[in-house]
Unconditional design. Structure first.
Length: 132
């Protein structure tokens, strides 16, 4: 699973959101700490999150979240694709409340979960958006 620019261009639309979530490293150890995160963009194949936790590309994680307006909760496995950490400017993000952003590519979801997330994203896309 390497994503190419073509894959990203053809990727489903993500809806802008602000969902509280937790993220933890999925390395087989059950007692890994959970870290607070905020989902800023969501689709059924991935998410863009903000988190204070340093998450390096290639790290396998589990992202847990509840879709707002529903009682549907998800714990989704995924892989960190990239992050916007800039260690030379550590003081800039923390004070303003803007935490580094991280892209997560989800592992294949059960079709029921995928369809629920896909439907929620479509409902929450801006009305003017091109839904093609």
């Amino acid at each position: 699973g390497i994503l190419t620019a073509r894959d990203l261009a053809l990727a489903p639309k993500r809806c802008e959101t602000c969902l509280p979530a937790t993220i933890r490293v999925a390395d087989g150890e059950e007692d890994r700490a959970k870290h607070a995160a905020t989902i800023r963009q969501l689709s059924h194949v991935g998410a863009f999150i903000e988190s204070r936790t340093l998450l390096l590309p290639g790290t396998n994680v589990i992202l847990s979240f509840l879709l707002s307006g529903t009682d549907m909760s998800f714990s989704v496995r995924g892989t960190i694709l990239n992050s916007s950490y800039e260690p030379e400017f550590p003081e800039e993000g923390g004070m303003a409340g803007n935490y580094p952003g991280v892209d997560i590519q989800f592992a294949p979801l059960p079709s029921s979960d995928e369809s629920k997330i896909r439907a929620w994203v479509l409902q929450n896309l801006p009305r003017a958006a091109d839904l093609s």
